[in-house]
Design a binder for this molecule. Structure first.
Ligand SMILES: Cc1ncc(COP(=O)(O)O)c(C=O)c1O
Length: 450
């Protein structure tokens, strides 16, 4: 290794800021399960799992073994111009795990389905939308404010998180409001009515190729929609001949307490995209959908190393571990546990304004300004939250922010009860410390986050 100084200083000197989203000077030099060790030798509890990518835990022995064997075999860098057994095996397993919808009015959705393999959620969503446009012969895409579908290119251009923040969006797309469950059935019915009216208006011209949607939003602030949103959306899309692309990159594969986030509403999307957890820490993504869509434009979605055997072997091992270790049920149980503990912590921490989510995709919304739930969070809330996650890191746990003032918890799905208790203790202690002024301006100055 070259260069003097700490790892953080060396990183600052060589790694481009364009690919950083930093909240504190974190580093990881080794990790196992739900714990990581940083460059100073500190052991930290990982409550993010690298934004969900390490859902089965760091260095899971079965994933390590699968990667080791596949790399030693040297069995194929790609499915581009030659196939390999590990990519085919992964695709076959994904098709078993993702139920097919009944054929739609537009004619899509035969039982004959395909898997398109990629490297990241961004390219999976790009490929899904491009295929939907090619298959329908239409250009328009409907997406939602607060959505996140990719960190660059066409998937970023339909991501509400970026477009709401000022990025020029895809001119052939529209962003609609994503409804949030309020707990009040009357308000929920009214917000569904509003969003369905907006959707009907968008579909009226008959030019919508696809609707891309998260089964609940993550980066938009952990927003769970009222029951009926996905069902109503899917029914309207099908009637209009548009395809539903459900982005399961962040919440899919067990995190919500069901294998698929969309299963909370009993909906079967036309196309489903996976990423993050699927790779077990390696770059791997997938689109699952009808052959009429994913076979429509041969040689139009090319990545040299897509379907490489090492990432595919890791993905297959991840799917096996989720099943054999009962991680879907574990996420549901630990999620309930964490919510209860956070509810108790809120009694002594008035800044905890709301705790929401599904399974182990949880958001803790912090407020220090207005307590009016209908008021938008202010800069003071975001500043407080920034200090709280900084302090949490100082105290021994990693978690990050979404939508400025919401702490997101997406820990490994096998987080133990004791680790869950420790997590809540650390966050509660951090809130109390920040209330007393523990984190200085100078400490957070370098970390702009989003
Ligand atoms: C819902 C969702 N979709 C897509 C992506 C993009 O995935 P990636 O960063 O792997 O390209 C993300 C990343 O946060 C995400 O949360």
């Amino acid at each position: 290794m070259s260069g003097g100084g700490s790892l953080i200083e060396r990183d600052a000197a060589v790694i481009a800021a364009n690919q950083k989203l930093r909240f504190f000077p974190a580093s990881i030099v080794s990790a196992s399960g739900s714990e990581v060790v940083d460059a100073t030798g500190r052991r930290l509890l990982d409550l993010s799992a690298a934004w969900g990518a390490n859902a089965v835990g760091h260095a899971h022995p079965k994933v390590v073994e699968a990667i080791r064997t596949a790399s030693a075999d040297g069995a194929g860098a790609s499915v581009l111009s030659a196939t390999n057994p590990r990519a085919v095996d992964l695709a076959e397993r994904l098709l078993e795990l993702v139920p097919a919808p009944a054929p739609a009015a537009g004619g899509f959705g035969s039982a004959d389905r395909r898997v398109l393999l990629g490297h990241a959620g961004t390219d999976a969503n790009h490929s899904a939308l491009a295929a939907a446009r090619a298959a329908t012969g239409r250009r328009r895409v409907i997406a939602f404010h607060g959505g996140y579908h990719g960190g660059f290119g066409s998937a970023q251009a339909v991501s509400g998180v970026f477009v709401d923040g000022g990025l020029a969006g895809d001119p052939e797309s529209a962003l609609l409001d994503y409804p949030a469950a309020s707990g009040d059935p009357v308000r929920d019915a009214a917000s569904l009515e509003r969003v369905f009216a907006a959707i009907a208006a968008e579909f009226a011209a008959g030019d919508v190729a696809a609707v891309i949607v998260e089964s609940h939003q993550s980066d938009g602030g952990i927003v769970v929609p009222p029951d009926g949103f996905l069902r109503g959306l899917a029914a309207r899309a099908r009637a209009a001949g548009a395809l539903i692309v459900c982005d399961e990159v962040k919440v899919g594969l067990g995190r919500t307490g069901l294998l698929h986030g969309f299963a909370h509403e009993g909906v079967l999307p036309d196309l489903v995209t996976f990423g993050k957890a699927l790779g077990g820490g390696l770059p791997l993504s997938a689109v699952v959908g009808p052959a009429e869509v994913l076979d429509i434009a041969p040689a139009s979605a090319l990545l040299t190393t897509a379907g490489n055997a090492i990432a595919a072997a890791s993905g297959r091992a991840v799917l096996d571990v989720i099943e054999s270790e009962g991680l879907v049920a574990a996420a549901a149980e630990r999620g309930e546990h964490l919510r209860r503990l956070l509810g108790e912590a809120a009694a002594g921490a008035p800044e905890i304004h709301d705790v929401r989510g599904r399974g182990l995709s949880l958001g803790i919304e912090l407020r220090v300004g207005s307590t009016d739930p209908s008021a938008a969070p202010g800069a003071g809330d975001a500043d407080f939250a920034k200090r709280v996650i900084y302090r949490t890191w100082q105290l021994g746990a990693i978690c990050y922010l979404v939508r400025d003032n919401v702490i997101e918890l997406t820990p490994p799905l096998a987080l133990t009860a004791a680790q869950g208790e420790r997590a809540v203790e650390l966050i509660a202690a951090a809130i109390a410390d920040v209330r007393r002024g523990a984190v200085s301006d100078a400490e957070i100055e370098l970390y702009r986050g989003w």
